[in-house]
Ligand binder design. Structure first.
Ligand code: F6P
Length: 549
């Protein structure tokens, strides 16, 4: 089985890293005024500047050679053709088919899945029309005004993030809310601001077994029964699921069930019927544009030479820092309020996909894989965790995501926003030397001793890498492109690490351990075979009462 670290290309990169790690980007920028032109690319309305990385032309050549040695091109073909690349579950990962407007046929086990997708779109779009035309009526005859998506993980983050991003394209007639956390505070926060007679609940769960989602669904049904005084609640529920029979058992009729397929991973499902809340709010044309934008990225990923291929370069740069600079984390910081849930969304996409410790054949991995992804909207981060990015002892590559045109133009906000991002990226790249700070301090009247002491604390090493993804404006199409670029970046990482990016077995044990613990908490069962910590905490929990609150 292929192990990347045994490849000669890997060893060449290690040697190359040792040669350039002592060099500083600030000198490269000073000696090469064309560095930005040489290390930036565009795709549609998105500019990708990767010049502030610890790379030379040679680095990229070696990284591309590594990608070739890992047969990346063939793996990309396999992804799009529907090979069973999710080997532990023996299925393809065909989220790209959901936005494939180019072809008319894509056969999977002899069945044309593109026609199934068209059928799903037809059903989705008919439902959207009906709701937006106020023809979908609740049990009391009221048109739908409130949409509540009930789901978690991939059945929540994608539509929730995208809807915030595209708030400027949203219907003003409809309101959309999301409930994910099992904490009933989340549920009642939403129930408190809707009217039951004009609310449609979308129960989004690929498996239709997820405890958080199903518990909410049951509580919502009881609440609706009480509020509306009827058990006839069909008009108030829709399900999006790959387990139609389970949704039907819950009481949702087949006509209200939107399909999903096992070849769409939850975290890659925003393009599917899981995108229904988004499509309802932004409308069919905008949702199609969103899919089209993703297809633009798909086409670029399939066709561009690796050296000019944005997701390939993003993935290779991630490998570069994770495996050759021992970097453990990656920051994504959108300088856009609209994109403030993007890091949350990417956290699942990246960490559930590439947080793996075995190779595709099950052999243990002896090198680092998926980094910890964190972040938040720019400016806020500057006043919180950026200190660590500038002076901490970890090397944390950062993606700055900028949006040139705001839907809310107000001087001087937008220029300050953009200048903030650029100054942070510049500070990370160039740093500030001891000598520069010393000189500044002396010029400010400090004594030699005071200046020397202060300079030790104030110096910034710089040479901290970042990418800048600069979008012209947040539109459905541009958002689609951006998200698909990240999906493909994650795919590239997975291929090079030789892991299966499309399963998530790590989350299963916790799910298995929950029911017996729940039985202990509720007194249904005696606590058997529990460790002393879990047992101690259960006992503690049972002794708590909330009288004092
Ligand atoms: O627990 C993780 C997970 O399985 C994710 O992969 C998935 O997106 C989420 O739970 C929700 O699953 P479902 O859509 O089946 O409710």
């Amino acid at each position: 089985m292929y192990s990347p670290i045994q490849l000669p290309e890997w060893q060449q990169l290690q040697q190359h890293q040792a040669r350039i790690a002592t060099q500083h980007m600030r000198h490269w920028f000073a000696s090469d005024p064309q560095r930005f032109q040489r290390f930036s690319l565009s795709l549609g309305d998105i500019l990708f500047d990767y010049s502030k990385n610890i790379i030379t032309e040679e680095t990229l050549t070696l990284l591309v050679q590594l990608a070739n040695a890992a047969h990346l091109q063939q793996k990309i073909i396999d992804l799009f053709r529907g090979q069973a690349i999710n080997t532990s579950e023996n299925r393809p990962a065909l989220h790209t088919a959901l936005r494939n407007y180019k072809d008319s046929t894509l056969l999977l086990n002899g069945h044309n899945i593109l026609s199934s997708i068209q059928g799903m779109h037809k059903k989705m779009y008919a439902c959207i029309e009906k709701i937006r035309m106020q023809q979908w009526l609740g049990v009391t005859g009221q048109p739908i005004k409130y949409i509540v998506n009930v789901g978690i993980g991939g059945s929540h983050l994608g539509p929730m993030m995208a809807l915030h991003a595209l708030a400027d394209f949203s219907s003003t007639q409809l309101q959309c809310h999301f409930v994910s956390n099992i904490d009933s505070a989340h549920l009642y926060e939403v129930l408190d601001c809707i009217q039951p007679e004009s609310t449609l609940f979308i129960i989004s769960s690929k498996s239709f077994t997820t405890i958080e989602t199903l518990t909410h669904a049951q509580t919502i049904r009881q609440w609706l029964q009480q509020q509306l005084g009827t058990n006839n609640l069909t008009a108030h529920f829709i399900a999006i699921t790959a387990a139609a029979e389970k949704a039907q058992q819950f009481g949702i009729p087949e006509t209200h069930i939107f399909p999903l397929w096992d070849w769409v991973g939850g975290r890659y499902s925003v393009w599917s019927a899981m995108g229904l809340p988004l499509a309802l709010m932004i409308g069919i044309e905008n949702f199609s544009q969103f899919l089209q934008g993703a297809q633009d990225a798909d086409q670029h990923f399939q066709e561009a030479a690796f050296i000019n291929n944005i997701p390939v370069l993003m993935g290779l740069l991630s490998i570069w820092y994770t495996n050759f600079f021992s970097s453990h984390a990656h920051v994504v910081t959108p300088y856009s309020h609209r994109l403030h849930f993007l890091p949350h969304y990417l956290q699942q996409t990246e960490m559930e996909s590439n947080g793996k410790n075995s190779m595709r054949d099950g052999s243990p991995i002896t090198y680092k894989t998926g980094p910890v992804l964190f972040g938040g909207q720019g400016n806020d981060g500057q006043h919180a965790y950026h200190q660590l990015l500038h002076q901490g002892t970890h090397l944390i590559p950062t993606d700055f995501i900028l949006v040139a045109n705001s839907h809310h133009k107000q001087d001087p906000h937008q220029d300050i926003l953009i200048a903030s991002a650029l100054s942070q990226a510049q500070a990370m790249m160039q740093g500030k030397t001891y000598a520069e700070i010393l000189q500044e301090a002396l010029a400010n009247g400090l004594t030699d001793e005071e200046a020397a002491k202060l300079a030790k604390h104030k110096q910034l090493p710089g040479n901290r890498p970042s990418n800048t993804l600069f979008m012209k404006k947040i539109t459905p199409r541009n958002l689609g492109t951006l998200l698909a670029l990240y999906e493909h970046k994650i795919f590239v990482e997975g291929v090079l690490w030789n892991i299966n990016s499309f399963d998530q077995w790590g989350v299963e044990l916790g799910k298995q351990l929950l029911p017996p613990i729940l039985d202990c908490l509720t007194g249904i069962a005696e606590s058997a075979n529990l460790d002393s910590s879990t047992l101690g905490l259960i006992t503690h929990y049972k002794k708590q009462d909330d009288d004092s609150i």
